[in-house]
Design a binder for this molecule. Structure first.
Ligand SMILES: [Zn+2]
Length: 404
């Protein structure tokens, strides 16, 4: 491919009409706003630490640097560890669950229609994997399959997944032993032997953790493996039935944008969100104000922070669905197929998400991905950020005292 050839993905995007392109841009903007709302409590994690250090009159620049770096890194390091544990378990399960999957052979003429769908989306079928599944109950789905770190580190993480229960038990036993020794007034952390153990363990563990973390980030964030799983009994339908091909295009859109992988990240960030909201609200509580005022501000911070995270967690998958629908429907015929399917599902099991997707597909008056779509999450998140930052600035500027 010469340098002048446009990237196939961009070329595929150019086949959308202007209205569709505008809607896609709007949906991508909405996703960015919602991600900021979901991450707001983690991004503001540093603020209460700085406020508390300032009220304690910390003067040591090293202490300030530690607070600054620690406050930024701590929440994200926690998220990274959680996410990597989840990846390790999923990767192991995918390789050992006994389901018969086979890499789709693009040379086989029976897969011709599926290959054409991939190519229409600007995806090289050789780079985005499709697996055929031999399971009558399986349905068409896109999945992020985490890649294991190559070599010993990957084998070690597989071992960790297999022996997760034992490791947890070992941790519990160690905890109990330390508690008993503490009761007996024996401090096992007191003495040179323990210090030497700590230094040696750190010297071994940290470089390994760093190498594994870097490999995992580049394998599963930088170049995630999103696999479209195609049940074998769908193949004839994908060839003959245009309605099935719209579903395939919808799944391909998810694969293009790493939607399943991002949802996993979102779940972890939103899981730790309420805890981070609670820590962040220390910046508000530190103000020296009347009890009633303080209680009201504290409640407002908690409610707005948690509402922002929870609603962003609900809305991001919905916006991903809207984007996949928009990319899957390139002509009125496809819109007809997908909306008929959604209408059927909505009659069986009504939901707000399906109603929104239907409205976006069929109603000419649907205003698109504007403020109304993101406001339920963006407004509380903005109020939360405002409360935290305003209280920190007020204490910094000496407008209100700090209870230090
Ligand atoms: Zn979908």
């Amino acid at each position: 491919m010469g340098p002048a050839t446009p990237r196939p993905r961009e070329a595929a995007d150019r086949t959308f009409d202007t209205a569709r392109l505008r809607r896609l841009r709007g949906l991508n903007r909405a996703l960015r706003v919602l991600w900021v709302a979901a991450l707001a409590p983690l991004l503001l994690f540093n603020v209460p630490l700085v406020v508390i250090a300032a009220t304690d009159g910390t003067a040591d620049p090293w202490e300030w640097a530690a607070i600054g770096i620690g406050g930024v890194l701590l929440p994200f390091a926690y998220v990274a560890i959680q996410v990597m544990q989840g990846w390790a378990a999923q990767s192991y399960r995918h390789r050992h669950d006994g389901v018969k999957r086979r890499e789709v052979d693009w040379g086989d003429p029976r897969w011709e229609a599926v290959r054409a769908s991939f190519e229409a989306s600007g995806l090289d079928p050789r780079t985005i994997r499709a697996l055929s599944v031999w399971d009558r109950t399986a349905t068409l789905v896109t999945r992020h399959v985490p890649r294991p770190t190559p070599g010993r580190l990957g084998r070690g993480s597989d071992w960790g997944v297999r022996n997760g229960g034992c490791l947890l038990g070992l941790g519990l036993v160690c905890g109990i032993v330390v508690a008993v020794l503490d009761e007996l007034d024996v401090d096992p952390t007191d003495g040179t032997a323990f210090t030497v153990f700590l230094v040696v363990a750190s010297a071994v563990v940290w470089p390994l953790a760093w190498r594994n973390g870097r490999a995992q980030a580049s394998l599963n964030l930088g170049n995630p493996d999103n696999v479209v799983l195609i049940p074998m009994h769908w193949r004839p339908q994908l060839r003959d039935n245009p309605s099935f091909r719209v579903h395939l295009m919808h799944e391909i859109a998810h694969a293009r944008h790493d939607d399943p992988g991002r949802r996993k990240l979102l779940d972890t960030c939103a899981g730790v969100g309420p805890f981070a909201v609670f820590v962040d609200s220390a910046a508000v509580v530190a103000m020296r104000l009347g009890d009633v005022v303080l209680m009201v501000l504290f409640a407002a911070t908690l409610v707005s922070g948690i509402a922002g995270v929870r609603r962003a967690k609900r809305l991001i998958p919905l916006v991903q669905e809207l984007r996949a629908d928009t990319e899957a429907c390139r002509d009125p015929e496809a819109v007809g197929h997908l909306s008929a399917f959604l209408r059927e599902r909505q009659a069986e099991q009504p939901s707000h998400a399906k109603a929104t997707r239907l409205a976006a597909l069929t109603e000419a008056t649907w205003r698109g991905p504007g403020a109304r779509l993101v406001a339920p999450a963006a407004l509380p998140a903005a109020l939360f950020g405002l409360l935290i930052l305003a209280s920190a600035i007020a204490q910094w500027a000496g407008v209100v005292g700090s209870s230090g």
